[in-house]
Design a protein around this ligand. Structure first.
Ligand code: PDD
Length: 284
């Protein structure tokens, strides 16, 4: 049976979904998106994802297609229609279709599309064994706090990682790690302090990041929000990354240097456990 997707008011089989070739998402990457995880058939942290979607649209002066509460209800309906137990739901809003012009159109109707992906996210090789990352330059634009669909730079960096036999890339700007290609980056120092880059326009303000830092503080773990270098990361006791699609995933190797004994560290393992348990309690 083919997947049911949502496009501009309709639930249709994926083969039947259509968007104009003049859509500004297609021509200018003039679009924003969110990825919300699904566990046990329920949405995880969707209120946070909807708040960020609203903010992304506002920052780009993009008129919303409808209130985000309605988008959230449509997401739940899509998950139910596709009977997804574990995976993600992807939501994209663009400024809509208009004759090609750099200036924003005055009267375009925003495009809203959604689809689900069935995929294991709770018990994965990456979470059990940890991942290897390489460092790459950060080629992205200056407003990485807005979750836009212009993902070519991280895509290229992910391909560099694959070519190097690694799983992902940690991007570096002015000597300091910004974040992973699609996740926030952390190290744990030898004295047990969790270090992750502070919030600014240089990184995406991860929904998982916010919850993980809150849970870490509640568990009496020490957290420092500041930039760190690849050299400091290679000396760290452990490292990990967070994302809606990965929760907390240990990092066991950075640019060929093994961290500790090369196995996922206790801090990353504990945070993953606490994060999933708490997220499931509040899932809807
Ligand atoms: N990516 N940083 C970047 C650049 C990201 O693309 C993402 C998420 C994150 C983590 O944010 P969150 O915890 O809210 O998922 C950080 C999603 C999963 C994606 O593009 O598929």
């Amino acid at each position: 049976m083919s997947r049911i997707v949502y496009v501009n008011g309709d639930f249709v089989p994926e083969e039947a979904a259509k968007v104009s070739i003049f859509d500004r998402g297609f021509l200018f990457a003039d679009g924003v998106y969110e990825v919300t995880p699904i566990l046990h058939g329920k949405l995880i942290e969707n209120a946070g994802h909807m708040a960020r979607l609203e903010r992304s649209m506002r920052e780009l002066q993009m008129p919303p297609p409808c209130p985000v509460e309605e988008i959230a209800a449509l997401m739940k309906e899509l998950v139910a229609r596709n009977d997804v137990y574990e995976g993600m739901v992807y939501v994209q809003v663009t400024r809509g279709a208009a004759d090609r012009d750099f200036a924003f159109p005055e009267d375009a109707t925003p495009t809203l599309v959604m689809f689900t992906q069935e995929r294991k996210i709770e018990d994965t090789d990456s979470s059990r064994l940890g991942i290897r990352v390489i460092s790459t330059p950060d080629w992205r634009w200056a407003r990485r706090d807005i979750k836009t669909v212009q993902l070519l730079a991280p895509s290229l960096m992910k391909m560099r990682a694959k070519a190097a036999g690694a799983h992902d890339a940690w991007m570096v700007q002015d000597g300091f790690v910004t974040e992973g290609t699609s996740n926030n980056a952390y190290i744990v120092t030898k004295d047990g302090t969790i270090v992750t880059r502070h919030l600014s326009t240089e990184i995406l303000h991860g929904i998982t990041r916010a919850s993980v830092l809150r849970l870490a503080a509640e568990a009496q773990m020490k957290v420092e929000e500041r930039p760190f270098t690849i050299a400091e990361a290679q000396e760290a006791a452990e490292a990990f990354m967070t994302a809606a699609s990965a929760f907390v995933t240990p990092v066991v190797e950075i640019d060929g240097v093994t961290l500790g004994d090369g196995k996922p560290g206790p801090v990353a393992r504990r945070l993953r456990e606490i994060y999933i348990a708490t997220a499931l309690e509040h899932a809807d």
